[in-house]
Design a protein around this ligand. Structure first.
Ligand code: C2E
Ligand code: MG
Ligand code: MG
Ligand code: MG
Length: 291
């Protein structure tokens, strides 16, 4: 082997390795500061029922980076996981979400909304997760039944029994559970009987797949049928077209979420949309009813 070439290849390999390492490391370092600098926020995406009424929202984490612009959670959440930052980041998200529910509680037009919050497996499996949720519900004085925690099948890596017990304890605080990205994990369906979930979210990939083929449609039908046997609500996520919506509605899905109904937006915008679209939600003030 030509020693000069070998040296060249070695240097190139080292550089490639450095590039691969430095990108996530840079992001990691900045993520630590992002929380302090207030670059993180929640976006709210509406969920609508079969009559087209907005019943709630999913809170989605956003990072507005000063130079990179919007960084996708698909990019930075894995970094946060690697750094062990997810419990802290997740607690921040929950605190924000509870703050929003407290705000909505005081507003007749918004008081009936539910808010779904994504909880990562590492966050859920922290030993003090239940305490964190209980304390946040109490300190914000919210109606805990409005708070829905979205879990994925990944949490089950910690074992079915401990996870089921933790969910039962959390359920006693009033919160409800949704299984996110349902059907994309590797677990068996048997766990569904043991976990106190009230809702399944059909993953976007199944919703998209239903447009392509009969097999795709059959898959969605079987998910809805499992859910209905177990008395669970079904949410379809990633609904982009009227044709998808029509199929999902005919199949029996209860709630719909996707660009067809609204993109994730800042809280103020979400509240504005709600007031414009659903002013009828406003009940007659009590002092008027009395007369
Ligand atoms: P997810 O929980 O399954 O959220 C749904 C994703 O689909 C969101 O992506 C949403 O913006 C996107 N989406 C909604 N409707 C449509 C549609 O009609 N078409 C398409 N193409 N996409 C749609 P986003 O906001 O980029 O979040 C990606 C993932 O990052 C989430 O998937 C969730 O797993 C994770 N994530 C986001 N926020 C949080 C958070 O606060 N905590 C944790 N642990 N994870 C989060
Ligand atoms: Mg989700
Ligand atoms: Mg999802
Ligand atoms: Mg998904």
């Amino acid at each position: 082997v030509n020693p000069a070439l070998a040296a060249l290849l070695f240097t190139a390999a080292v550089h490639a390795l450095q590039r691969r390492l430095s990108a996530p490391r840079g992001l990691a370092r900045e993520l630590l500061g992002a929380m302090r600098r207030g670059e993180l926020s929640l976006a709210y995406q509406p969920q609508v029922d079969r009559d087209g009424r907005i019943t709630g929202a999913e809170a989605l984490l956003r990072w507005n980076h000063p130079t990179r612009g919007a960084v996708s959670p698909a990019e930075f959440i894995p970094v946060a996981e690697d750094l062990g930052l997810m419990p802290v980041l997740g607690a921040w998200v929950l605190d924000q979400a509870c703050g929003t529910l407290a705000r909505w509680k005081a507003d007749p037009a918004l008081t009936r909304l539910t808010l779904s919050v994504n909880v990562s497996a590492s966050q859920f499996n922290e030993s003090d997760f239940t305490t964190t949720v209980r304390q946040l519900v109490e300190s914000h004085a919210i109606d805990s039944t409005r708070l829905r925690l979205e879990l994925t099948e990944n949490v089950l890596l910690a074992g079915l029994e401990p996870v089921a017990e933790k969910m039962e304890a959390l359920k006693r605080t009033g919160v409800t559970f949704s299984l996110d990205d349902f059907g994309t994990g590797y677990s068996s369906l048997a766990y569904l009987r043991r976990l106190p979930v009230t809702e399944l979210k059909i993953d976007r990939s199944f919703v998209a797949g239903a447009s392509d083929s009969d097999r795709g449609q059959a898959l969605v039908r079987s998910i809805v049928s499992i859910a209905s046997d177990l008395d669970l609500n079904v949410v379809a996520e990633g609904v982009e077209t009227a044709a998808q919506h029509a199929f999902l509605r005919d199949t029996g899905c209860h709630l719909f979420q996707g660009w067809l109904f609204g993109r994730p937006v800042p809280r103020d915008d979400f509240e504005l949309i709600l007031r414009e679209r659903q002013p009828a939600e406003m009940p007659v003030p009590q002092r008027l009813q009395a007369r």
